[in-house]
Write a protein that binds this ligand. Structure first.
Ligand code: HEC
Ligand code: HEC
Length: 479
């Protein structure tokens, strides 16, 4: 928008509208919200809701849609590699109107691209480098790189070329803007720059810590420092994304058992992603819960040697079932840090005072929280769909199941994360290549010597003989 254009009162009105619509007064914005189809469907199924539905985050964090679309073409240098949003692991299937996990919602006159559960809770794998990816909704993403995505948005919006003069012509190459739309977009650009600048300050703490990399985030520190107003600390909460299948009947959830109610975990996940009490749609949340509870565990897609697996089942019973078997005494419960011996940074990130603050902040609502807690240790997570949970442990520090059955000194000290080609020999994703020759996608080098990234601990099974390990691995494929 030229300075001259800004002198007219009408332009100022448009500016004011867009600034507000960008999220500074989300209540007001909601008044203007109009319904949109989900996945192009006026009455979406629960699956469509999970894949493309809004969880109420867009008034707070939504990016004006057409800017979002052209940004990778205008600022490709700020993405980790070639491939547009795919380089940060966002999956856009052929023919789909929007990527998985990026709902497009109309607020006022403008569509915004947001974020929902499916962005982090969708897994994909390929049986060979030549085959098509198989998408598993509800799996823990091993490819989505939230930090890479945020850094791309932050760097693009603080570049001097982030102007209407550059972005509007780029948009008009792919979409014809109406006059009203053009004015809105012109006004939204400076507003977006300001909003992303303030968000980048909220995430500055993460730049002082080891990078998250794909499939990993520090989910609770932003909540502590931002929403709950706790003083910034030096803790590192980097955690692998988890799958959502078989969550019914679990006594505690999250890697450290910090909440015991699935309903609260779902609502607080939406809040963590940018929803606020006024934008939470409880009916949508209930449908998401229903969908999650019906998710099926994906079967191992390669051959299994049944005889070998049967021998492995007996070993599992002896060495693992107490903590991971269906009726294990400790299955799904928290194991003391001294016993499991894995990296402890994630545990120091969350304390009882944080749990109390979360319960207190939202305790007053009908749906309010009361189940946040702090238990010292990590959950002996159920191992269902284990093959697709790679890389392993809460910090994703061990690339394959075969590596986990080795003593820590023999586990890889560094490896690549973010490839979706599966390795049935090692049982995990291929982790020794830096990039995919075909697509040019580059992967993230995970360094186990950094704080929070240690691959120590969990020694169970490491003492077995090579043959026994083969058998146990074969059995674990069937979990
Ligand atoms: C930006 C990524 C991201 C988004 C978006 C996200 N999650 Fe998660 N989710 C995670 C991570 C990472 C964990 C593990 C965190 C931890 O415990 O440290 C997790 C854990 C969970 C768990 C606990 C699973 C278990 O086995 O204990 C549930 C349930 C869950 N998420 C549901 C949701 C729902 C529902 C939504 C949408 C409303 C959502 N998540 C959105 C990243 C995400
Ligand atoms: C005393 C309890 C206990 C026993 C016995 C035990 N585990 Fe574990 N296991 C845990 C805990 C706790 C974790 C989570 C540790 C973490 O993430 O830091 C875990 C995590 C795992 C994971 C990683 C899961 C994921 O999603 O990343 C695998 C795989 C695993 N265990 C396999 C085994 C096998 C195989 C055996 C038997 C050889 C075994 N465990 C024995 C407690 C146990």
């Amino acid at each position: 928008m030229t300075l001259r254009g800004l002198r007219s009162p009408r332009s100022w009105l448009v500016v004011a509208f867009a600034v507000v619509a960008f999220g500074w007064l989300s209540v007001w914005v909601l008044f203007f919200r109009v319904g949109t189809d989900v996945c192009g469907d006026a009455s979406p199924t629960d699956e469509e809701l999970f894949r493309c539905g809004s969880i109420g985050a867009e008034p707070q964090l939504g990016v004006p849609y057409w800017i979002w679309v052209v940004l990778p073409d205008v600022f490709p240098e700020y993405l980790p590699g070639p491939g547009g949003y795919e380089s940060v692991g966002i999956i856009w299937e052929d023919g789909a109107s929007t990527p998985i996990g990026v709902p497009v919602v109309e607020i006022g006159e403008m569509q915004r691209a947001g974020i929902n559960c499916a962005l982090c809770h969708t897994s994909s794998y390929r049986v060979t480098a030549e085959s098509e990816p198989v998408i598993v909704l509800g799996g823990g993403s091993q490819r989505f790189d939230l930090q890479g995505y945020l850094r791309f948005l932050f760097k693009s919006s603080s570049d001097p070329r982030f102007t209407a003069g550059v972005l509007i012509p780029a948009i008009e190459e792919v979409h014809e803007l109406s006059t009203a739309e053009r004015l809105l977009y012109q006004a939204a650009i400076p507003a977006m720059r300001g909003a992303l600048k303030s968000q980048s300050e909220d995430f500055a703490f993460a730049d002082r810590n080891p990078d998250w990399g794909p499939g990993r985030i520090d989910p609770f520190n932003p909540i502590k420092f931002g929403l709950l107003g706790q003083p910034e600390d030096e803790t590192i909460g980097n955690s692998d994304m988890m799958p959502l299948w078989n969550l019914g009947g679990r006594e505690v959830l999250h890697w450290d058992g910090l909440n015991s109610s699935l309903t609260e975990v779902i609502l607080s996940s939406a809040i963590g992603d940018g929803a606020r009490p006024k934008t939470l749609d409880l009916a949508v949340m209930a449908r998401l819960e229903r969908y999650i509870l019906e998710l099926e565990v994906p079967a191992y897609p390669f051959e299994v040697d049944d005889e070998l697996a049967a021998a492995g089942a007996a070993l599992f019973q002896t060495h693992c079932a107490a903590c991971h078997g269906l009726d294990g005494e400790q299955t799904g419960l928290v194991v003391l840090p001294g016993e499991v011996g894995t990296d402890q940074e994630r545990l120091g990130m969350w304390e009882q005072k944080d749990a109390d603050a979360y319960n207190e902040k939202y305790g007053g609502y009908d749906w309010g929280f009361s189940s946040f807690q702090d238990i010292d240790g990590y959950v002996a997570v159920p191992l269902d769909g284990l093959w697709l949970r790679a890389p392993y442990l809460h910090n994703g520090s061990v690339p394959t199941l075969r590596d986990l059955l080795e003593l820590p000194a023999l586990r890889p000290t560094s490896f690549y994360r973010g490839y979706d080609v599966y390795d049935p020999e090692q049982v995990g994703f291929v982790s020794d290549v830096a990039e995919d020759a075909e697509s040019g996608l580059v992967f993230f080098l995970y360094d186990t010597t950094l704080r929070g990234n240690s691959n120590q601990g969990h020694l169970w099974g490491t003492e077995l003989s090579a043959n026994q390990k083969d058998a146990l691995l074969e059995y674990l494929k069937t979990q």
